[in-house]
Design a protein around this ligand. Structure first.
Ligand code: NDP
Length: 327
């Protein structure tokens, strides 16, 4: 099999030389194992954190070892009871074309009428992040005004659609007019193009003259500050990601931080893996899909050799919807 490894720990923005493609022989199957041919690989912003040798909620990638990440593959050989050849499964042995895994490390795809790769996006980790972050962490309710950053991305675009399906007013921010147009098509009531030259705080003030009840943060920095500037009393902030600082430990200065106090804003970070019971997620998302209220966009790079390029493009807005690699 071929797999991507981390050849060097990136400093700042990763470079293609920080990754190396290696070939390894895979073993014969032992009892209880399956051989999976990967069809789709996920690249996600959180992987940048795993490239640093620092303690975090997931361990760092080891230099020279195959990297990990979400993947969808087909079982091509099985010595595991109940997992037949041909079963499509999701698992974490991504960044490679093939894997030998114990049955406990693969999950057959849930029975929902969506493409397999949707289980790396709206019906997978990013979708769960949107769902739990919005409805449980931020406790968003019908009638709330919700602001979400990186609204044309995998998580953000799902936040927009869940919020609209649940009767909220939504303001999404994204880079550039094309993404903005798509976010509007998803149902957003207002869109901010943060690359258009105006400050996010000024644009948000115009889009939400009465302020916001919920901020779903994917970006940090000026977006978080703008949300603080326009937070209504008792606003709730779900801090999902801060992609603005992943490649660069720049200190962020928040001009409006003190608004936390006067407006009694509740601000909480979360990790999607905190949420373990997904029955409600599949039921609710299946219902929104059934109502025809769920649109999906993917940006697809073709071929294992393109995996680092797909990953790097996340940091320059190269994706609309979920960024995927197709094998
Ligand atoms: P996206 O699909 O949203 O891709 C990243 C997008 O972020 C880009 O397309 C780009 O869109 C935007 N972006 C990149 N750099 C910047 C910047 N400096 N300022 C503003 N926007 C930027 O990724 P995901 O949906 O997978 O992830 C979104 C966020 O959620 C990330 O921060 C991620 O780390 C976080 N996350 C957190 C989880 C958790 O458990 N807490 C789980 C999953 C994701 P544009 O063109 O609009 O700039």
């Amino acid at each position: 099999m071929k797999a991507w490894t981390l050849a060097a720990r990136p400093k700042g923005m990763p470079r293609t030389e920080d990754f190396a493609l290696i070939e390894q022989d895979l073993p014969e199957l032992a009892e209880g194992q399956v051989r999976v041919a990967n069809r789709w690989l996920s690249v996600d912003p959180y992987m940048r954190g795993r490239m640093n040798d620092t303690k975090s909620y997931v361990p760092p990638f080891q230099l020279g070892e195959p990297m990990q990440g979400g993947a969808i593959g087909e079982v091509i050989e099985s010595r595991a009871e109940g997992i037949a050849v041909g079963t499509m499964v999701s698992h974490m042995a991504g960044w490679r074309d093939e894997a030998v895994l114990p049955a406990a490390h693969v999950q057959p795809l849930p029975d929902l009428a969506v493409d397999p790769q949707a289980f790396l996006g709206q019906f997978g980790m990013p979708g769960m992040t949107a769902y739990y972050g919005l409805l449980q962490v931020a406790d968003a309710k019908p009638g709330d005004t919700v602001f979400v950053s990186a609204a044309a991305g995998a998580v953000g675009s799902t936040v927009v659609q869940i919020a609209k399906a649940k009767g909220m007013t939504v303001i999404g921010s994204a880079g550039g007019p094309d993404k903005g147009e798509w976010v509007r098509k998803l149902g957003a009531d207002a869109v901010i193009d943060y690359k258009a030259g105006r400050s996010v705080a000024e644009a948000l003030g115009e889009a939400a003259p009465d302020g916001i009840d919920v901020y779903f943060d994917n970006v940090g920095g000026d977006h978080l500050d703008a949300a603080l500037a326009h937070a209504r009393p008792q606003a709730r902030f779900a801090i999902c990601g801060m992609i603005d600082v992943y490649n660069d430990a720049k200190p962020t200065s928040l001009k409006y931080l003190a608004r936390l106090i006067g407006n009694r804003v509740r601000i909480q970070g979360f990790i999607v893996s905190d949420f373990k019971d997904h029955a409600g997620f599949y039921r609710d998302m299946g219902a929104i899909l059934g109502e025809g209220r769920l649109q999906r966009e993917e940006t697809v790079f073709e071929g294992l050799d393109k995996t680092p390029a797909a990953f790097l493009a996340l940091f320059s807005g190269g994706n609309t919807g979920k960024m995927l690699v197709k094998l």
